[in-house]
Design a protein around this ligand. Structure first.
Ligand code: NAD
Ligand code: TYD
Length: 335
């Protein structure tokens, strides 16, 4: 099988690439990635040792490049996206361009090449905030940020490719991932690395927003299940078993890193900050998937990884990040 993975130099895409190279040794894997600020060349270095791995630096907004890369692939998994909600608030255009138009490019190229299965990686954020209960795949979409609305738009385009052309598309919607190789702009790695560096921990609003956390390897096994056992035209939620408020999680990270609770700062909230996400994943569980990692173990593995791989995240916290951090946290009056 020839599998094309877009966004494979980012957080979940690289974990998925590793998962496939390990668990499906007969697969030929091509990663296509534009290597934006969110990627790290160090992340994909180890894959280059495998004879089953190939890398193409290309942008999914470039139809010509995408068409060539898709040619000959049996399976496509589209992770490539602008992924940070806060950045989507100050710069929404890139989110529509990559997440919507880029996704449509991928779908069109894959349809014309006769790809056998196409998985579009989506998110629980398309359902919007859920005060009670758990989101199911048929629920109304109610995204609130430019990020989540661009992901919802991509989902609708992907479904239209199934309905209109019979193109075998599957969508997975996972909850918040955590684990190795996540960019330090996101909550868990930001709080771990700031704790290690003795920097303030900026908690939005009252800190009581709740996220449904999943260890990244469990999402990877869920995507693998959807890719191989999922029925085209279907959507599958992939949620972890843990719900945690940000304040509680911040305190756990402070404790586990041996840092100081005095570093926690309540700062100006994110606009349209969704209060709670929660997924019902029973549809995917019926295909045999279940998460393996409990939150305590997953978080311990994650903290250990950030302790032991400081060069990896310090590279991402370099000059470009400092400018973003200063704009987002300092100039906007958060820190
Ligand atoms: P990430 O930001 O860590 O990685 C994104 C990758 O895509 C990067 O390597 C980047 O270089 C690449 N990329 C960006 N724009 C591109 C373009 N135009 N062309 C080619 N490559 C491009 O993101 P992530 O957290 O790994 O998320 C991966 C996917 O999973 C995204 O589609 C995201 O919406 C979805 N998702 C993420 C989470 C989460 O908790 N991180 C949860 C649910 C869904
Ligand atoms: P994030 O990792 O950005 O994921 P998402 O917004 O996609 O869920 O944020 C997770 C939660 O942490 C969310 O409720 C926002 C909050 N948060 C903070 O309180 N402070 C921060 O500096 C960041 C980045 C996030």
């Amino acid at each position: 099988m020839k599998l094309l993975i877009t966004g494979g130099a980012g957080f979940i895409g690289s974990n998925f690439t590793e998962y496939i190279l390990k668990n499906r040794p007969a697969y030929k894997v091509t990663v296509l990635d534009a290597m934006t600020y969110a990627s790290n060349p160090e992340t994909i270095k180890k894959f280059r040792l495998s004879r089953n791995f190939r890398f193409i630096k290309a942008d999914i907004r470039d139809f010509g490049r995408v068409k060539k890369a898709v040619n000959g692939a049996d399976l496509v998994v589209n992770f490539a996206a602008e992924s940070h909600v806060d950045r989507s608030i100050t710069g929404p255009s890139a989110f529509v361009e990559t997440n919507v138009l880029g996704c449509q490019n991928m779908l069109e190229a894959a349809r014309l090449s006769g790809v056998k299965k196409f998985v579009q990686i989506s998110t629980d954020e398309v359902y919007g905030s859920v005060e009670k209960g758990r989101s199911r795949e048929g629920d109304m979409l109610d995204p609130t940020s430019p990020y989540s609305s661009s992901k919802a738009a991509a989902d609708l385009v992907a479904v239209s490719y199934f309905k209109t052309y019979g193109f075998p598309v599957i969508i997975t919607r996972s909850s918040n991932n955590y684990g190795p190789y996540q960019h330090p702009e996101k909550f868990i790695p930001l709080f771990i690395t700031n704790s290690i560096q003795g920097e303030p921990l900026p908690l939005y609003g009252d800190g009581r927003n709740v996220r449904n956390w999943i260890y990244v390897e469990d999402n990877c096994s869920g995507i693998d299940t959807a890719l191989h056992k999922g029925v085209p035209g279907n959507i599958y939620n992939i949620g972890g078993d843990t719900e945690e408020s940000n304040i509680k999680l911040a305190r756990i990270i402070v404790r586990e890193t041996g840092s100081n609770e005095g570093l926690i700062r309540f700062v100006k909230d994110r606009p349209a900050h969704d209060r709670r996400y929660a997924l019902d994943s029973s549809k995917l569980k019926k295909l045999g998937w279940k998460p393996k990692f409990n939150f305590e173990d997953g978080l311990e593995l994650t903290i250990d990884w950030y302790r032991q791989n400081q060069a990896w995240w310090k590279r991402l916290k370099g000059r470009g990040f400092k400018a973003y951090y200063s704009r987002h946290y300092k100039k906007q009056g958060r820190l």
